[in-house]
Design a protein around this ligand. Sequence first.
Ligand code: HEC
Length: 453
Amino acid sequence: MERILINRRELFATALAAALPGVLHAADQADVSRMTVLSPRPEDLEMPLDGFTEWITPIDRFFVRSHVYTPKVNLSEWGLKIDGVVGQPMTLTMGDLKMLPRVELVGVLECAGNGRSFYRPRIAGAQWAFGSVGNGRWAGVRLRDVLQKAGIKSSAKEILFDGADVPLGKMPDFQRTIPTAKALHPDTLLAYEMNGQTLPIQHGFPLRVITPGWASDSWVKWLQHIEVLDHEFEGFWMKSAYRHPTHPVPPGTAVDPSEMIPVTALNVKSVIAVPVGWAKPGPVRVQGTAWSNTSPVSKVDVSTDGGQTWKRAKLTGQQTRYGWRIWQHDWKAAEGSYALISRATNMAGQTQPLSEEWNPSGYLWNTAQPVAVTISAQAPSIAETPPAATETPYPDGYKTACFSCHDEHMMQQQRLSGAQWDREINKMTGWGAPVKAQDRAAILNYLSNRFKQ
Ligand code: HEC
C-alpha cells in the first residue's frame, strides 16, 4: 500500500517548547506542560519526541494511559487479595510483600495503541503518535513468589488482575488476565517502585503488574486482587478489546472475532527523535531509540534517502533484556529535502515492516515510516497556526449526553467516518451515555461533520 510520509512540522513546535531547560528533580507525576494531552480526564498523556533521547524515561515525561479516573488508594487500608484455585487464599499487606526477595529490572512500557493515529483508514481510540511508550526501572517482587506462597494449583490456566480503579457508568470493569506460563516467568513482577521511587499513583500505586516485553494492557495498575482461574476469562477487556487478527488483513476490513487473539508481545520498533523537521547542512547526528519484545534489539539501520540505501546505526548506552537502546547515526547532510527512516531488528530476526500492516483496533503499529527533514541554513518558518475553525454550536442534548465522564478532547482527537461515529455513540450509550432518541441524529451529524476521516 501507499506509504505515508510523516510530516512532523506540527510536532516541531511542541518539541521546541519541550526542549526548554527543565528543573532536574525526581517528580512523582507527569509534567503536563511538557506532555501532549490527549485527554485530561481520564488522563491520556503522551511523551513528545525529545523524550526519546534519554535511556531511563523520567516520571515527569512518562506517558500516562487511563481508561477511567485515577483512584485514591490509602496504603493503610490497602491489601493484595489472592484467591481462586490456590491452596491458601490470603491477603498480603505491603509489609508482607516487602519480606519477599526484591527484584529490579529495566523495561519498556508501551501502550498497545501507540501509533494508532498513523493508521489509514483511521481507527477510533486514543490517537497516539510516537510517545505512549517509556523505559522504566521497575522494582518489586516476583509474581511467581506470591502465587507460590498462596499455593497455586496445577489446574491454574490464567491469572486475573483487578485494580482499585472504578468503572464509569455501565462500562465493564478493567480486568485482565495473563496465561500461567507468563505469570510464573521469573521476570514477571509486581512492582512497588518505579525509577527508584515509590510507584507514583498515575502509574499504579501501590502495586502494578510488570509483564516485560508485553504491551501495557497487561501491566495492570492499582492492583488489589489476583484470582487464579482454571478456565479462560470471558471479560470485555480480554474478549472484545485488546485483540488483533492472527494474519494480515486489507486496510479497513472487518475481521471475524474467531480470527482475533489477545495482544501480548510488543513489536520490534524504533523512533527517530532528532532531527525534528529541520537541521543545518553539515554533520547531523540522527538519534533515537529502539526496543522490542522479549528478544532484544540486535541492530538499527538508517536510511536518509527514503529507503533506497541503508547504513548501520551505532547502538549506545546500556543493553538489558527488556530496556530500550539509544542509537545514533552520523550523517553528512547537504541542503535539500529528505525522507529519513530507521528500522530495528531483534535477535529473533523480527524487523519493522516497510509498509503498514493495518488491523481493526489499531494495535502495535511499528511501520518503518519515512519522516520528512529539511536541510537548510535557515530554519523554515513554522507555518502559522490556521485561524480557529468557526465555532460549530453544540447540538441539543450533546453536553448532557457526552460531557459527564470526559470532555470533548476525547472526540476532538478522532477522525472517523459516519459509520464509525455511529458505532462510538452505540458504545457510549451502552456504557451509560444518556442520549435522548430525539437528539441522536443531530449529535451523530455534528460529530461526523466536525471530526471526520
Ligand atoms: C458513562 C461515561 C461516559 C459517557 C457518558 C460518555 N463516554 Fe465516551 N468514553 C468514556 C470512557 C471511560 C472512555 C475511555 C475509554 C478507554 O480509555 O478505553 C471514553 C472514550 C470515548 C472515545 C474514545 C474512543 C473510545 O471508544 O475509547 C470517544 C470518541 C467517546 N468516548 C465519545 C463519546 C460520545 C460521543 C459520548 C456521548 C454520546 C460519550 N463519549 C459519552 C465514558 C463515557
